[in-house]
Ligand binder design. Sequence first.
Ligand code: DI6
Ligand code: FE
Length: 406
Amino acid sequence: MWDMLIRHAQVLTLSPGSPHERIADGALAVEAGRVAWVGPDAELPGERAARTELDAGGALLTPGLVDCHTHLVHAGHRAAEAELRLSGSSYQEIARTGGGIQRTVSATRAADEEALLAASRPRLRALLADGVTTVEVKSGYGLELATELRMLRVARRLGREAHVTVKTSLLAAHAVPPEFAGRPDAYLDFAIDELLPAATRERLADAADAYCEPIAFTPEQVARLFAAARRLGLPVKLHADQLSDQGGAALAARFGALSADHLEWASPAGVAALAAAGTVAVLLPGACFFLSGKRLPPVAALRAAGVPMAVATDANPGTSPLTSILAAMAMACTLFRLTPAEALEGTTRHAARALGLTDRGELRPGLRADLALWAADHPAELTTRIGLSPLTHRFVAGEVAREPAA
Ligand code: DI6
Ligand code: FE
């Protein structure tokens, strides 16, 4: 006896061999939180029944969506900076004059755990309403021990109170905090000697991340942090080549990174290195949109080299105040020229791989039954509307997901 059976759905399996396959009248069975059977409804094994059955009435069934790059735990906002940028200041200028990341660091340091949780919940709820069943959350607005760990604890708490998997990344090298102004290497010593070990000891970090830019850290500094992370057994990810070509893609590849994110300025050599290392390219169109960025990631080269492309929100208060994964997919299509099918792979299978997860992101027997059911008739409907989620059901490990309380 199966636990649950969904019948008469248009099933998009997102399988690697046939990622764009659509089973027109499909069925999917769940047992013990995993997909037990998927295929054409007409081929359902007659002898199997299910405790609960749902007639999808032709609705679209996909894997639950994965937002593999967010900074959704933070306090405060940066609305005034958005205004400044619209009147001509650049993101880098604002950062160099004490705004930018530092502003959010001040607000986040001042917020206790409950305040941080309360500020973050609505952002998570918005993502869940878009069918997200796995979300990555970064630290990086503490840049001191207590606040970095507090951010990660809040991320873990969000994962416990809502029906969602939260994967955390310790963004240990996001900016040089004021106490270490002009002494980035001294800050890195602290990050390596205290922050990484503490987060690892408390099992608060699933990966380590860094921001490799002239306004943040050099490739040499990032390499030092990455070497320390790898010694502790933490996989790495990198904010790479967003505002300038720092050789970030090749650096990420050299450390076998799970992902290299942004990549607007990645060179052909960087793309080749990602392909060779099997590192996922995470595209963040929200940041291009909000920064009015003219430089686009080398999508055609990534595609030609066979680099898996994920799409994420980058939900952060400075460069991408975006908490809709469906809008990120729409932007990936309109701004970056991904096909709607690529955008969907980018928030399912490839996004899961960007988090090191191979147990989700596609629909096949044995994988987690993280599912999204949509009142949509065509897959491209998911990437051609902004502001109205057609989601009707989210399933997490086979259970209908409840949403967290306000
Ligand atoms: N992700 C980041 O961490 C930085 N840019 C990005 O796309 C900075 C975020 C911020 O300004 O707060
Ligand atoms: Fe980011």
